[in-house]
Design a protein around this ligand. Structure first.
Ligand code: NAI
Ligand code: MG
Length: 360
């Protein structure tokens, strides 16, 4: 029986509406080559849904997504709607309900994409960001609004289980790579949660053979990401630190438009979600010029998760070949629009010889 994958698609807002169809076109071509089928189920959720119904997705949205093998997301965000609405109305509930506690963000210097940093060398690192707790917490509030005494409190929450499982994931990933985990900390200034993070990360990684742990203060780590990004292998970080470091690392490697991200539930009890790191880019939305690589690469991460590793590798090699041939979008200094770049990837894939073994 041929392999079929049932995938929920939320193109979302802004350039999500442009790069998601572009990526699906490429994903369908590799699927055909490798003998499996993706059944795409589109959900028209996001800011338009918010304008019409007062919410980013229906009340039973999570239940509708539950039965899918994976979720393929573009971006959400609209200049006229507060970001807290768009983020907490869709992305964060999905990450939390489906216990997608690992946010995986690979960063590599791509052929012929100029890096923005000196001594870039060959950047090949993965950021493992804790994705469901930490600084992004609902615990807190505001007192005396509008009053001179007004104050706000927001609590950071680290649980032993939460830190342990993300550290273990990072360690096991590093064991399959170059064996180095760098943990982002700030235990000199943040004296309760961060020493706890350090302690649990150290204890956990002691149990993962063949992996070295470096602990770095996040500010120094950020500087080193600019100065010497090639020296990193796997970086494990809390929700907030991981978010910031991955935008920095992505930009250092060339453009935010190329960076992919996977929100993983490693136990596979729930669907995982795959999206680019970038947002809805309202400044270029509707122009057809967005770089589709972040979305295509997110699709490749999804294929790896689904067990279609050969197809994933082929897809990544295809957009790299297009870059090497000089086809580039504007953010990378080229002139190609989204359509032209996508067509080039498709043409490259179609010109390849048939895979030796058409199965995963
Ligand atoms: P952004 O990533 O949307 O854009 C930042 C800059 O990078 C812009 O100049 C944009 O034109 C450029 N850029 C981004 N992706 C690109 C691509 N594929 N090709 C070419 N250029 C690209 O971040 P920004 O402007 O901070 O946020 C815009 C909206 O997106 C906000 O509402 C924000 O909340 C939302 N957002 C949503 C995310 C998500 O859905 N996961 C993640 C980040 C932001
Ligand atoms: Mg971000």
């Amino acid at each position: 029986m041929s392999r079929r994958y049932d995938v929920a698609v939320i193109a979302g807002d802004g350039i999500g509406q442009e790069v998601v169809p572009a990526a699906i076109t490429c994903l369908d071509v590799v699927a055909e080559r490798h003998g499996y089928t993706v059944d795409w189920h589109a959900y028209p959720w996001g800011s338009t849904h918010f304008r019409q119904h007062g919410r980013m997705m229906p009340a039973d949205g999570i239940d509708q997504l539950r039965s899918h093998r994976a979720i393929f997301l573009g971006a959400v965000g609209d200049p006229e709607i507060p970001d807290a609405e768009t983020l907490w109305g869709l992305l964060i509930p999905i990450r939390r309900h489906f216990d997608q506690y690992v946010n995986l963000r690979p960063v590599r210097s791509l052929v012929s994409v100029p890096t923005r940093v000196v001594n870039a060398g060959d950047i090949d690192l993965v950021i493992v960001r804790e994705n469901v707790e930490g600084e992004y917490s609902t615990v807190g509030g505001r007192i005396y609004p509008g009053d001179a005494r007004e104050a706000a409190v927001q609590q950071t929450i680290f649980t032993r289980i939460g830190v342990e499982r993300v550290a273990r994931f990072a360690g096991e990933l590093a064991a399959r790579r170059r064996g180095l985990v760098t943990s982002a900390t700030k235990s000199n200034g943040i004296i309760h949660t961060m020493p706890f993070w350090d302690e649990v990360v150290e204890q956990t990684l002691r149990e993962v053979p063949g992996v070295r742990l470096d602990k770095e203060l996040v500010d120094a780590l950020a500087a080193k990401l600019v100065r010497d990004p090639a020296s990193f292998d796997v970086i494990v970080a809390s929700n907030l630190f991981g978010d910031i470091l991955s935008d920095l690392a992505g930009a250092a490697a060339g453009s935010i438009g190329i960076a992919p991200s996977a929100n993983l539930n490693p136990e596979r009890a729930f669907p995982s979600m795959f999206e680019p790191v970038h947002g809805s880019a309202p400044d270029i939305a509707g122009q057809g010029v967005a770089n589709p690589i972040g979305q295509i690469w997110a699709g490749a991460l999804m294929l790896e998760h689904l067990g279609e590793s050969a197809a994933a590798a082929e897809l990544i090699a295809a957009f790299e070949a297009c870059l090497a041939a000089g086809v580039r979008t504007r953010d990378l200094g080229g002139t190609a629009d989204t359509r032209e770049f996508t067509d080039a990837v498709v043409a490259h894939l179609r010109a390849l010889p048939a895979p030796l073994i058409a199965s995963a």
